[in-house]
Design a protein around this ligand. Sequence first.
Ligand code: DLZ
Length: 519
Amino acid sequence: MRLVFILGDQLTRGISSLDGIDPARDVVLMVEVAAEATYVRHHKQKLVLILSAMRHFAEELRAEGIAVDYVRLEDPGNAQDFTGELARAVARHRPEAVVVTHPGEWRVLQLMRGWAEGIGVPVEIREDDRFLCPPAEFARLTAAGKTGRMEYFYREMRRRTGLLMEGAKPLGGKWNFDAENRKALPRGHQGPQRKRFAPDAMTEEVAALVEARFPDHFGRLDRFGWPVTRAEALAALDDFLRVGLPSFGDWQDAMQTGEDFLYHALIAPALNIGLLTAPEVAAAAEAEYHAGRAPLNAVEGFIRQVIGWREFVRGLYWTEMPGYAETNALNATRPLPAFFWTGETAMRCLAEVIRGTRDNAYAHHIQRLMVTGNFALLAGIAPGQIEAWYLAVYADAFEWVELPNVHGMVAHADGGRLGSKPYAAAAAYIGRMSDYCRGCGFDAKARTGRKACPMNYLYWNFLITHQARFGKNPRMALPYKALAAMGEGERAAITAEAEAFFARMSAPEAPSGQLSLGW
Ligand code: DLZ
């Protein structure tokens, strides 16, 4: 018999490790282990999502007549890590071979590579064919000139899938409609009611377990509403297609206090643990366009995320690891401020995004990139510390997708491999795209002075600090022109205020959240 080992983000019936399974002989192994919950201290909702979805998936396999050996977190003798649990299962079943699908993390791949020798059983690691572009193909494609950048890689994926194509040409005459996707919300706009899923008895049981076992982990559990089965995930996709997608493009970059979901897809947690697949969600969105229910700018923007960005960051991760995680192009070394965990900061934008993150294990891409990410970039937070935070707090975060997004896109720690310029912005951007600055104690217009928004002097300080690296970047010509127009006095004041801010940020009593602390 063969032992098919399925991990918590491989909950897809069509996963390659299940190909050719013989229900008469083979056994599926699934294990809940504390090591996976604590190597970064995942948000409580993320733990509930994964453990509950694993339990539901095991039930579905059993209903098909497949034998599942399922080890629960609280089972006596649980070794609490993948290798220990596989070794115990091999001793129980004495399989001829272990079959696994390639994991989503370099760390786990190293474990898998050691299993054959360490446990003494042949281990077959199969390709994860839920993705459109295997890593070897990504390497070949991106080595060839322009496809090294996301936009050109994305065009190639469009050609290969035929999505939104008219023969060899992109539908609507353009590959990318992002220029139409940067609208701010009208004042006081109320987003739609989004479909959430009330926990069933199995999820309730897991929630109690998580609360008891991991009480100190970040996040609230009482607002849990993520889909934990394939049927729920399909209902979540349907909700997005009907309620979100038609307006997704227009307002995909907008942020509003108290509006945690707006028109976003909210399917990444389900997609990244395998309850949905990328081809099916991209095809479903395309069908909405052809049925006249969603405009092209929205559908193209969504499909680009799924077949372009998502595939590109995964390819980058697997072709650049393990060295990728070690780079620190901007020499950022400051520790992550404690307010990333408490939300106690007088900067309303940060407080609001961290509040939503705590409540939902979710924030949308502009909140992640231009609020928490922007702050971390400007404040020179060590990439490893920012990465560990993002990996822990977001329900959809697995390292293959989190690391390139944070290390490359947010922190520019890869020196520009992922993005040709850093995503740095001053308060004006946040003020334009959100209502966060209204009612904030800081002055979004002031660059310096006691009430100046820290995003402002930190932004200009960032440009000054990294002038040698970015000063000649054509995509940064405008801000450097503005910097050149500043007087010496103002530049000196910016540097001094930024230094004073960094000193307060590192002080042990830092996270008091008082305005006088300047953050
Ligand atoms: C994230 C996670 C957690 C919290 N717990 C488990 C678990 O108990 N069992 C399991 O099989 N997988 C878990 N996972 C997902 C793994 O961390 C994930 O499969 C690897 O990081 C590879 O992507």
